[in-house]
Each structure stands twice: as C-alpha cells, then as structure tokens.
Write a protein of this length. Structure first.
Length: 220
C-alpha cells in the first residue's frame, strides 16, 4: 500500500492505552480497600454506559468527568465512593504492548502522528511519558471544551493540519468513527472485539489491533 496519508491521528484511551485494564483495576483496588468485591465485566459494562452520559451533560474538566462517572458506576454496583481514585490512577494506565512499536513503525515510514482525546492537558502529559515517539498534533477536550463524538476535536485538528492528507484511527466507533465519517475524514477502526459498526460508523479500514494498522499503512 502506497502512503496515501501525511498524518495519522489516534484516539488515546482504548486505542493506544489499555484503559479497560486501567479503569477496572482502579475500581477493583479501591473497592477492595472498602471491603467490596467488584467484577471487571460489571465495571466495564456500567462505565461504558455512564461515562458518555456524564460527558454529554455539559462540559466539565475530564478529571471531574472521571470522578462523577466513578461515583455513579460505583453506586450502580452497590458501593459508595468519592470517585477520586479513578483520575489518580490514570497516570499508571499503560499502552497496549503493540502501541509503541506500531507508532515507531509509522513514524519511521514518514507519517506525522497526532492524538485527539477526551482528556485534560495535565492528565495527558502523564500518559505521554509512556510513548516512545513525539507527537506532531495534540487536541484535547480541555482545549476545545467539548467531548467526542462532538465535532470540535476534528474541526480543530483540520484547522491545524490544513490540507495534509489525514487518517483518523480509533477503537470507539461511537466516539470517533461516526463523527469522522460525518465530516468526510478517512477512518481506521481498531476493533479488537469484532464489534458491529453503528449506523454511519462503517470505517475506511478495519483492523483488530495497532500492529495490524501499522502493517496496513507501512508494510514491510
């Protein structure tokens, strides 16, 4: 495959970083300290349901989104907490094993790289330490005061990117692929669980993991 794009942007948490393990682990540890046992699948099910609701209510810093979502998830699972543990755990959330090798491969193939993330600048600075490549572009929720699937991240990125050829890659069909498609931005869906695309969410490309995306865009 010839290089059709100049820049590839990514969602961060869930795409580059294993946020399911980060979230579930934080809940399990904090609840256990209170003598409460929670199950990973219950935590992730409720978090996937509740966090988008919190983001949609009104703009608030992502640290506050994490705290409010944690409180509501815990309550739905029969546990009471102030929720602060979740944002405090975020700096320890690690990239997937294939993330940095994939990013390095894309960088070495000549692509510029960026991140469009529902995050605060200071929290992302902690995550950025886990990456082995520099970024050419970063658009956060704090910068645009909006959360994906709103279009503000993409519109801001387009303004900064200009007319460069752009591909956006993400794990969330809802937060990323659907709005990218609506704006005419080519998309790559990193779909590890083989989920079904939402209406309007059929991607330009579909892969199971970051390694597959790197192979697609920068074949040996």
């Amino acid at each position: 495959m010839d290089r059709q794009y100049d820049i590839v942007t990514f969602d961060c948490y869930g795409t580059l970083v294993d946020w399911e393990s980060g979230i579930a682990g934080a809940f399990i540890r904090a609840a256990a300290a209170d003598g409460v046992e929670l199950r990973r699948e219950d935590i992730l099910r409720e978090y996937a349901r509740i966090e988008p609701e919190v983001e949609h209510e009104h703009y608030r810093p992502y640290r506050e989104v994490l705290t409010e979502a944690a409180q509501r998830v815990a309550r739905s699972l029969g546990w009471t907490t102030d929720g602060a543990f979740l944002s405090e755990s975020l700096p320890s959330w690690l990239p997937f094993a294939d993330t940095n090798p994939a990013l390095e491969r894309l960088r070495n193939a000549g692509y510029k790289l960026g991140v469009l993330s529902n995050i605060d600048d200071d929290l992302f600075a902690e995550t950025r330490r886990h990456f082995t490549v520099d970024l050419d572009l970063l658009v956060t929720a704090q910068q645009v005061r909006s959360y994906k699937p709103g279009h503000a991240h993409f519109n801001e990125a387009r303004q900064r990117i200009g007319d460069a050829r752009w591909l956006h890659a993400a794990q969330s069909n809802f937060h990323d692929v659907v709005p990218a498609n609506a704006l005419g931005i080519p998309s790559a869906w990193v779909n590890p669980h083989g989920a079904t695309a939402l209406p309007g969410g059929t991607p330009t490309y579909e892969v199971r993991e970051m390694a597959g995306l790197a192979e697609l865009l920068a074949p040996h």
